[in-house]
Design a protein around this ligand. Structure first.
Ligand code: ADP
Ligand code: TYD
Length: 218
């Protein structure tokens, strides 16, 4: 009897500055050292076309796009990313670690400027139709998150420029999303030091990996 690994689709979610990118990289390194074939990717982006859309949505004035237009742009980017990067990697049995995915659209476009959650979900069903196997929500205080995010001083600040009020709404929204999709969500306390957060993340990931490993008769 031989263990046949199957692909695992893992996403990180949380407010800006919560430590997602840091933890994605840490987890990818740890899993690679353990012998897993890992694809580390992010949204918006993760494929050539989606990275082009990333520049359009993350740079410039906060009022540049309406929430409805953003839903279309983020979904277009996600479709390209899914077709070209995520699905081929999963089919090859790899572990895909993605920094944000559809839950971010459910929150940022679905909640930030009016209730557009139904529109987000409809478009998701039509064009994406895939949820992660495991979603790690890094939960943390919005003021700390925002000061960490602002500390990075990049040009991709369109969403951070919506301010603290939006971050507070997003934190509460992510926590209720974790209850709504409780089977695949795990909440990690992002206020802990980086190593402790990484240990929590690894514990949840190992459980998911163990439950995804199929056994074949050979
Ligand atoms: P995100 O991807 O969620 O926006 P990052 O991983 O880019 O967050 O982290 C934002 C900033 O906070 C970075 O400068 C990072 O080094 C720092 N950081 C990340 N995790 C922690 C932590 N647990 N404690 C303190 N600082 C952290
Ligand atoms: P990201 O680069 O992950 O920012 P951060 O590291 O600060 O968390 O994402 C950039 C921004 O894009 C972030 O503010 C959230 C926003 N976003 C959406 O509004 N909708 C989406 O579907 C995604 C994937 C991201």
């Amino acid at each position: 009897m031989k263990q046949t690994p199957t692909g695992l689709f893992l996403t990180f979610e949380g407010i800006d500055g919560s430590g997602k990118s840091t933890q994605c990289k840490r987890l990818a390194e740890t899993l690679r050292l353990a012998g897993y074939d890992v694809v580390l990717t992010r949204e918006p982006g993760g494929s050539e076309g989606a990275e082009e859309i990333r520049r359009m949505v993350l740079e410039g004035d906060p009022d540049k796009w309406s929430a409805e237009t953003e839903i279309l742009l983020f979904t277009a980017a996600r479709r390209d990313h899914l077709e070209r990067t995520i699905l081929p990697a999963l089919a090859a049995g790899k572990v895909v670690i993605c920094d944000r995915f559809a839950d971010s659209t459910r929150m940022y476009q679905g909640l930030s400027r009016g209730d557009l959650r139904t529109t987000v979900d409809q478009l998701h069903t039509l064009m994406i139709g895939r949820e992660p196997d495991l979603t790690l929500l890094i939960d943390m205080d919005p003021a700390t998150g925002l000061s960490r995010a602002k500390g990075r001083q990049g040009t991709e600040e369109r969403f951070e420029d919506f301010g603290l009020g939006l971050q507070e709404k997003m934190r509460a929204g992510f926590l209720s999303l974790a209850e709504e999709f409780s089977t695949r969500f795990r909440v990690v306390d992002g206020a802990q030091d980086i190593d402790t957060v990484a240990a929590d993340v690894l514990r949840h990931t190992k459980l998911a990996l163990a439950s995804r490993t199929g056994a074949s008769q050979e």
